[in-house]
Write a protein that binds this ligand. Structure first.
Ligand code: UGA
Length: 429
């Protein structure tokens, strides 16, 4: 098949490379000339494990093409995906400007054959109907199209694996032909197929991300209880998670959830609830607990650090990505700076993206040891593998004082005690 994907972020580019790798011809449409030039040369711009190799392989095979031109790409495609961002507006609402603008451009460039316009961007319920109206208004009279909602469930850091092995592929559409074509395109991909209508597909995405955020906030809430009672949150949640009805995944407490999806989607879902006069206190609480998780980590550090010189390990919102959008590290660093802390940091790939937020207010080091040398305390904010087997004895030797604040529970309290650290973790005695 020939397909077009508008957008080349973590969702657009991963999806494009995977579909190209199956043998399809894939156009990727963007609007920033410099970015397109880098992509054409095989530089994915973002860091996602395996993506560079997959991109270069498919450029070489002449299956993936980058352009800012909707005419060539859309007019020869059977399926066009919209995969552009839907950031949060000040009101908490999802900003649909990019999605609607893209829909207009797709509409103008439709040819006479049936084109399926599928939205992968996370959009509030009802948006695909708006996309349909916009396309209808702008398309040439003779052209035919159908809209579909195909929400994305890939996680950053495991994007390629998740695209190939999703738990489910959701196809929401009122058009039989669109459903048939999308089933054909997804044929090599694993996972259960759920065929549904537009509104349900849109709702599935928000319900899923809201549930994930809620699970994390629940885990953080339990960790607060544990901290005040001497219970161990890991043992508690290991046991709770053994109940098949509950499950263990996404019950890891820490410094809170971040990223470009969970925080934004919970806010947008709350906004939809408000418009529909639905009492969504349940979700408001998830959001509030997330902020409390970050604040209480800051308080523990501020109240217990023996000095103001600290080293921070991990800046990205989770491991295996360079993405720092709504990363807890940004909030924690800015709060600690206000309290006069002197901060050195290290992250395997995200430092470049953090520099613009703090300029020279914090320093960036070449490796974890440089970041912790001569500090009074080390803070672990992202659980990169690189930190899990770090030489702890060496760390202790090069620090001024042996204080560790582990925001992701990556070290064992017993071992840390044996090594002579003063060790603080989340919800564990
Ligand atoms: C999330 C969803 O997991 C994907 O299914 C979805 O496709 C994606 O959003 C999206 O909407 O595009 P992602 O933002 O990449 O994926 O990251 P997650 O793995 O969900 O992690 C989000 C945050 O929660 C991270 O900051 C992570 O550290 C935190 N987290 C996760 C916890 O604090 N505890 C946990 O148990 C799990």
């Amino acid at each position: 098949m020939t397909i077009t994907i508008v957008g080349h972020g973590y969702v657009g580019l991963v999806t494009a490379c995977v579909f190209a790798d199956f043998g399809n011809k894939v156009w990727v449409v963007g609007h920033t000339k410099e970015k397109l030039a880098r992509l054409k040369k095989g530089d994915p711009i973002i860091f996602e494990p395996g993506l560079k190799e997959l991109l270069q392989k498919n450029i070489k095979a002449r299956r993936i093409f980058f352009t800012d031109d909707y005419e060539n790409s859309v007019s020869e495609s059977e399926i066009v995906f919209i995969a552009v961002g839907t950031p949060t507006k000040e009101t908490g609402e999802a900003d649909l400007n990019a999605v609607i603008d893209v829909a207009r451009k797709i509409g103008k460039n439709l040819k006479s054959k049936l084109t399926v316009v599928s939205c992968k961007s996370t959009v509030p319920v009802g948006t695909n109907k708006k996309i349909e109206t916009v396309i209808k208004r702008h398309k040439p009279k003779s052209s035919e199209f159908a809209v579909a909602s195909v929400p994305e469930f890939l996680r950053e850091g495991t994007g390629i694996f998740d695209t190939l092995n999703p738990d489910r592929v959701i196809i929401g559409s009122d058009s039989k032909k669109a459903i048939e074509l999308l089933i054909k395109l997804h044929q090599p991909i694993n996972g259960k197929r759920i065929i549904t209508n537009l509104a349900s597909a849109e709702m599935i995405k928000y319900a899923s991300n809201s549930m994930l955020a809620t699970k994390i906030s629940f885990a953080n809430l339990i960790s607060f209880y544990c901290e005040k009672t001497g219970a161990n949150v890991v043992e508690v949640l290991d046991a709770v998670g053994l109940d098949n009805r509950i499950g263990r995944s996404f019950l890891y407490p820490g410094v809170g959830y971040g990223g470009s999806c969970l925080p934004k989607d919970v806010r947008a879902f709350l906004n939809t609830g408000k418009k529909l006069s639905i009492n969504s206190k349940f979700l408001e609480a998830a959001e509030e607990i997330n902020k409390t998780a970050m604040d209480s980590f800051v308080d523990v550090v501020a109240n217990n650090s023996p000095g103001k010189k600290i080293g921070i390990l991990g800046l990205s919102f989770k491991p295996n990505t360079d993405d720092v959008r709504e990363a807890p590290s940004l909030y924690i660093i800015s709060e600690l700076l206000k309290q006069g802390f002197e901060i050195k940091t290290y992250d395997p790939v995200a430092m470049e993206n953090v520099k613009k937020f703090f300029e020279n207010k914090i320093s960036f080091k070449k490796n974890p040891y440089e970041a912790v040398a001569k500090t009074d305390a080390v803070l672990v904010i992202t659980e990169w593998n690189e930190f899990k087997q770090i030489d702890l004895a060496k760390i202790k030797k090069i620090m001024n004082q042996p204080f560790v604040f582990d925001g992701r529970n990556i070290y064992e309290p017993e071992l840390m005690k044996k090594l002579g650290f003063k060790y603080f973790s989340i919800g564990r005695p």
